[in-house]
Design a binder for this molecule. Structure first.
Ligand code: NAP
Length: 277
């Protein structure tokens, strides 16, 4: 498995598994669990979840999927902004740990910026880290100005990642946010890398993929995997799609293929407000 370095040098899989909407359908549950386990077998050992997903149902499902295999997993979860106070963050984390049936998270993220001051959230994250309940912490959906602000606060410079909406159809972050993160060796976790299937249905990407002997999903993921500071976290609750998506690692894109994609999905030519889903 290709890996990406966190700021402290620890390496994590460049291909992880998303879990939004997992656990919502009782009829799909067994296959979702089996798919997450298959992912572990195939090296996609980073799992991304959040207390928000299905109001804890996704975390519960992940807990079941990783039972007996906790040490293989790099486990990521997120605190909701309105829980992210000094006390609330600690309580939310403890509840996530319970649902996930574990004693620690590998990475805990502030899901997006709410009204709680960053300093309060950071205080709680540092306390959780000292207590051994989380190994790393980070943020999600923070634009450049937010990153600059939080980075200056106590504990801010230890932020391990910014999880962002980033895919071929959402390249705005490339203008100033990605370079700023890259200078500080902070990798990006690219969420909705398939644009929640809209990229798979895109005619330009389909034609590109056909021409180069891969599927549209593989092309979308291979484009992100071409960077050494991006972790992709596509979600699929179906074994055959997980295998297909992992196939992106077998199709590293050449310089000319990347240039072709730049023509089809142009990079930003100026600053853009951060998009989120
Ligand atoms: P995504 O990964 O871009 O797309 C997921 C959708 O694509 C699902 O409907 C999945 O259905 C389908 N799919 C996956 N592989 C496919 C394939 N090869 N062919 C056809 N369909 C395929 O979108 P996402 O779930 O929004 O993003 C990924 C993860 O990022 C989330 O699950 C979550 O963990 C995280 N996320 C974080 C934030 C944040 O604010 N931090 C926001 C959004 C997402 P099946 O499961 O039925 O295959």
């Amino acid at each position: 498995m290709k890996t990406v370095a966190l700021p402290n040098g620890e390496r994590v899989p460049a291909f992880g598994q998303g879990t939004w909407y997992m656990g919502d359908s009782p009829a799909r549950r067994a296959e979702e669990i089996a798919t997450l386990r298959l992912g572990l077998d195939l090296g996609a050992t980073l799992i991304d979840t959040a207390e928000m997903y299905g109001d804890g149902r996704a975390e519960q499902l992940v807990g079941e999927a990783i039972a007996g295999r906790r040490d293989e997993v790099f486990l990521v979860s997120k605190v909701l902004p309105h829980h992210a106070t000094r006390r609330g963050t600690v309580k939310a984390c403890e509840q996530s740990l319970k649902r996930l049936q574990t004693d620690r998270l590998d990475l805990y993220l502030l899901h997006w910026r709410g009204s709680v001051p960053f300093a309060e959230t950071l205080h709680a994250l540092v306390a959780l880290q000292s207590a051994g309940k989380i190994r790393h912490y980070g943020v999600s959906n923070l634009d450049l100005a937010d990153m600059q602000e939080i980075f200056e606060l106590a504990g801010g410079a230890a932020i391990a990642t910014n999880q962002l909406l980033y895919n071929l159809a959402r390249r705005g972050v490339e203008f100033d946010l990605l370079p700023w993160l890259s200078e500080r060796h902070i990798p990006v976790m690219a969420y909705s890398p398939l644009e929640q299937t809209r990229l798979i249905d895109d005619s330009k990407l389909s034609a590109f993929a056909r021409k180069h002997g891969m599927t549209p999903a593989q092309a979308a993921l291979a484009w992100l995997l071409a960077r050494d500071d991006v972790i992709v976290i596509p979600k699929s609750g179906r074994a055959e799609r997980l295998r297909e998506n992992l196939g992106a690692l077998e199709h590293p894109l050449s310089v000319s293929q990347l240039a072709e994609l730049d023509g089809l999905f142009p990079p930003p030519d100026g600053p853009r407000a951060l998009e989120m889903l």
